[in-house]
Ligand binder design. Structure first.
Ligand SMILES: [Zn+2]
Length: 546
């Protein structure tokens, strides 16, 4: 057999229990043609000598807002330690813009700043320009006075309350600037959609960064509708990026649940619900595929908007809230399930988790189908009983290891010491027999999988506080999560997530052996090259090709 590429002298961890280690890997037509002695007698158009370098399957981030990451790469970076520095960065960006241009920023965290930025201070910093600064969680943001005017509120007293959201107000009832959850729609009404070409370009920018981090697949939660989407044509933006050679990682896309609608009758008396043409989970190819539909049930822990069974430790008057009526949420989930969708519901609080699991259980009871593999995005707080119930229902929780290292201190403050045990569990999920995916929620926190693996193993906050170390994973478990586990969560484990014959030839060449390095130094392991479909898409110059 003549191969397209033959990789030789690699220290390859395959993830395949039938052959866990290999030295040689052959590629034909973008897939793994074989390993080691499968390849005896084969020739190859190209030979890459890995010179003993460690190789693992390509990283798959199971919850990664690639297009939003691209959008933020074009905005002011507000991941700063104090408000003065935040306002300075806003002023700096504003000074380079036309007097009427929007100043857009992202990534601030009021837990680090001591408070949210305010409308009045933004007016000063930006010289009266329209400003919109989004919180690191994406669940809230702050608008300047001119921003409110552009959004249709020249009269600030006319800014309404928004169901499922919160408009922060001063003693006189005037908006302070902060808009939480669905109240962000007041700003999005004027800010979205961004121009299609900007969105396509942003996808390309984010892909370059993702490849440098060893990512070969992402699952994008929420396109086409909802809090994190841009426009109804988001799928077309990904297809256009692919056609232009910009989308060089594989993308599974989750349409936001608001995009699903009554769509005529599929037969007399049987109404259809979903997307036009009967589009649903599973459509697409190995590059761009429709995944689950993304539902939102609640907010975030660090924003104190996740729906909890008990009040927040530092806000005894509040236990968060559901973004819509529990009955409506239930109906939405059951309808999507009944029409063939895998469902992925954002649920961070334990009260939200109960509502979601009730809906998944009811949906499968009324409309049984094999292995729907519904997901709970984040599953930030889960009791022992809820962990067992997730496992029993075959539901995949999608928690984020990196949250601990970047925003874990805020989560500890929100929960208090007793309930911290229930927060962002990992080991408990594995012990319950759940196949755990690896994910970041980038750009909420950094997207690099090696940072995620570092935190899955080390579980320490930014302040250095150990975060329930009994939930730590081994490196091998964390690596499996970021490869096979994420593929499994997409119903794609027969296509990728391991290096075995017939699977996609997606792999990462590392500068050090992840499985042998000091666990405290995982975050410093270099990515040498990232190979997608057998082709080095990052680091080609550092490979010995002949
Ligand atoms: Zn997300």
């Amino acid at each position: 057999m003549r191969l397209d590429v033959l990789y030789v002298d690699g220290d390859i961890t395959t993830g395949d229990p039938a052959r866990p280690r290999a030295r040689r890997l052959g590629v034909l037509g973008g897939r793994v043609a074989g390993l080691d002695d499968d390849l005896d007698g084969c020739t190859a158009a190209t030979v890459v000598d890995l010179r003993g370098a460690p190789v693992v399957p390509g990283f798959h981030d199971a919850h990664h807002h690639l297009s939003m990451r691209g959008q933020r790469l074009r905005q002011v970076d507000l991941r700063v330690g104090d408000l003065d520095e935040l306002y300075r960065r806003v002023a700096e960006r504003a000074s380079g813009l036309a007097g009427d241009a929007w100043v857009l920023g992202h990534g601030y965290d009021q837990n680090r700043l001591g408070g949210h930025p305010t409308r009045v201070a933004l007016d000063r910093a930006a010289g009266g320009r329209p400003v919109w600064l989004q919180h690191s969680s994406g669940h809230m943001g702050v608008l300047s006075t001119e921003g409110f005017r552009r959004a249709g509120f020249a009269d600030l007293d006319a800014v309404p309350d928004v169901p499922g959201g919160h408009v922060a107000r001063d003693a006189d009832g005037r908006p302070e600037g902060l808009l939480a959850e669905r109240a962000q729609q007041l700003a999005f009404a004027v800010l979205r959609p961004e121009p299609f070409e900007d969105w396509v370009r942003g996808i390309g920018l984010a892909v370059d960064v993702a490849l440098s981090e060893g990512i070969t697949s992402i699952t994008e939660p929420g396109i086409a509708a909802g809090l994190v989407a841009n426009s109804t044509a988001d799928l077309a933006a990904f297809l256009t990026a692919r056609e232009r050679g910009l989308l060089r990682v594989r993308a599974t896309l989750m349409p936001g649940a608001d995009a699903l609608h009554e769509a005529g009758e599929v037969e007399p008396g049987r109404p259809w619900f979903g997307l036009d043409l009967g589009v649903r989970t599973g459509l697409g190819d190995e590059w761009v595929r429709i995944g689950a539909t993304k539902v939102f049930s609640d907010g975030s822990l660090i924003g104190r908007t996740a729906a909890m069974c008990c009040p927040y430790a530092d806000r005894p008057d509040s236990s968060g809230f559901l973004l819509e009526d529990a009955g409506e949420l239930h109906r939405r989930i059951v309808a999507a399930h009944a029409h063939g969708w895998q469902v992925a519901t954002h649920a961070i609080g334990d009260a939200a988790l109960d509502v979601v699991l009730d809906a998944y259980e009811d949906a499968q009871r009324r409309f049984p189908r094999p292995d729907p593999r519904h997901r709970v995005e984040h599953a930030g707080v889960a009791s022992d009983a809820q962990v067992a119930r997730l496992a029993a229902l075959g539901v995949v929780p999608v928690p984020q290891g990196r949250f601990l290292g970047e925003i874990g201190d805020g989560m500890l403050a929100a929960l208090g010491p007793e309930r911290a045990r229930l927060c962002y569990r990992q080991k408990s999920f594995l012990d319950a027999g759940i196949e755990l995916p690896g994910s970041s929620d980038c750009p909420v926190v950094e997207g690099a999988p090696l940072l995620g693996i570092h935190d899955l193993v080390n579980r320490r906050t930014a302040a250095g506080v150990p975060f329930t170390p009994e939930e730590s994973l081994t490196v091998a478990q964390a690596l499996r999560a970021y490869t096979y586990g994420s593929a499994y969560a997409d119903h794609a484990e027969h296509e990728k997530g391991r290096l075995a014959r017939g699977l996609l030839a997606d792999l990462v060449v590392l500068g050090e052996d992840l499985l042998a390095v000091d666990p405290a130094a995982i975050d410093r392991v270099p990515v040498v090259a990232t190979v997608v479909g057998g082709v080095p898409e990052h680091g080609a110059d550092d490979l010995a090709v002949s």
